[in-house]
Design a protein around this ligand. Structure first.
Ligand code: PLP
Length: 386
């Protein structure tokens, strides 16, 4: 058995990233300053997007996207229940109504064939979630958005490196929100970025993220002299810090390399699990690039004497940390109660929720780590086979 515990989703942090943070500490620019501005510039280039605004989290980015898209009380927003709570919480915080479309169990993304029948005169926006980094069918969703004049707000928390039909994913949304949470492909601890082609929206998001202030602190306090600010909107406190941006701009230079490492691990897992009673992730669709954020296996519970949670515990006892992405939002206590959802309302999402398990997939993993995961999964199956 493996000697030390393998932490799920632990980021790879190198000396140059640490030096960047130390540099911020020494310079005194801890909060939003020159590094945030540089990270936004670099990110814009990577995402090939006209505008990028750094925020404190993807959740904050999604929320502000709904604000600038003017999603209000009583509006309907179409999304998937098979996502992290953040995607849906922000809809509720606007007083809007989440309208769920079940997933295609092969891709785990929103089933585009079920979207049109959910559109009503109150539908204002659609939030596709690119699960694990696999792009949704954006051609179909874009056509529907155009036909019904809906705003496309992408939850790209998993999809930093995702490409669809020749373009980076940011190109496919009116607004796109990325996450730099600790387990994500690029990690600043907490952090997020919103991209958009709309200059006015980008400016509004920046203003709303800093209390509704017309100028950021960097410009207020820099050596160009103090300038007075004005509050033009009742904003929020969602700005990114230089401490975070320093990590982000260094990691951005390495993400293509890290993607290749995760692709290699992915193939090792595929190979290592071939003969087991479980499903491995489907191959990426043609003309797409999968960002390889999560490697999720689907357990064949009919072949096992234990359920998914017990399986996860058994791996834990073998020193392997795993995750569950996700238990669908419609199965969560608040949503069950507030919207009277039954698990069976979205049967594909519910079925996957009960069988899915995410294995470690980080550029930090050594070959030995990957072999330990494969051995542990095989051991648990051998011990608990029906
Ligand atoms: C992580 C995640 C978020 C939230 O990102 P934060 O940066 O933690 O706010 C949103 N949606 C999905 C699908 C996620 O996995």
């Amino acid at each position: 058995m493996r000697k030390s515990f393998l932490v799920f989703g632990s980021p790879r942090i190198e000396a140059d990233e640490i030096a960047e943070v130390v540099d911020s500490l020494k310079s005194g620019w801890l909060s939003s300053g020159p590094k945030v501005a540089k990270f936004e510039q670099d990110f814009k280039r990577y995402a090939q997007s006209p505008h990028a605004v750094a925020v404190h989290s993807c959740t904050a980015g999604l929320f502000l996207s709904l604000v600038v898209a003017n999603i209000k009380h009583g509006d309907e927003v179409i999304t998937t229940p098979f996502t992290y709570a953040a995607t849906v919480n922000v809809i509720v915080h606007r007083g809007a109504i989440p309208v769920f479309v079940d997933i295609n169990p092969r891709t785990m993304n929103m089933d585009v064939h079920q979207v049109e029948k959910k559109i009503t005169p109150r539908t204002k926006a659609i939030i596709p979630v690119h699960f694990a980094g696999r792009p949704c069918d954006m051609q179909a969703l874009s056509a529907l958005a155009k036909k019904y004049k809906l705003t496309v707000i992408q939850d790209a928390a998993h999809a930093l490196e995702t490409r669809y039909h020749g373009k980076p994913i940011a190109a496919w949304g009116d607004l796109t929100s990325f996450s730099f949470y600790v387990t994500k492909n690029l990690s600043t601890g907490e952090g997020g970025m919103v991209t958009t082609g709309n200059k006015r929206w980008a400016e509004m998001i920046q203003i709303l993220a800093s209390q509704g202030m017309t100028r950021g602190a960097w410009r207020r306090y820099s050596d160009k002299g103090y300038r007075q600010y004005r509050i033009i909107l009742p904003g929020f406190k969602f700005n990114m810090m230089d401490l975070q941006a320093g990590l982000g701009l260094r990691q951005l230079t390495k993400i293509e390399k890290y993607l290749k490492i995760r692709e290699r691990i992915w193939n090792q897992y595929d190979e290592g699990f071939k003969d087991l009673p479980l499903e491995t992730p489907a191959a990426p669709e043609p003309k797409t690039r999968h960002a390889r954020h999560l490697y999720t296996i689907l357990l064949d519970l009919t072949a096992l004497k234990i359920n998914r949670d017990q399986f996860q515990q058994a791996l834990y006892r073998l020193n392997i940390g795993t995750g569950v992405h996700f238990v669908a939002v419609h199965m969560q206590p608040y949503y069950k109660k507030a919207f009277r959802f039954k698990d069976s309302d979205y049967p594909q999402s519910a079925a996957v929720s009960n069988r899915t398990l995410s294995l470690p997939l980080s550029a930090k993993l050594s070959n030995g780590d990957v072999q330990d995961v494969i051995t542990a999964v095989r051991t648990v199956i051998r011990r608990h086979k029906r």
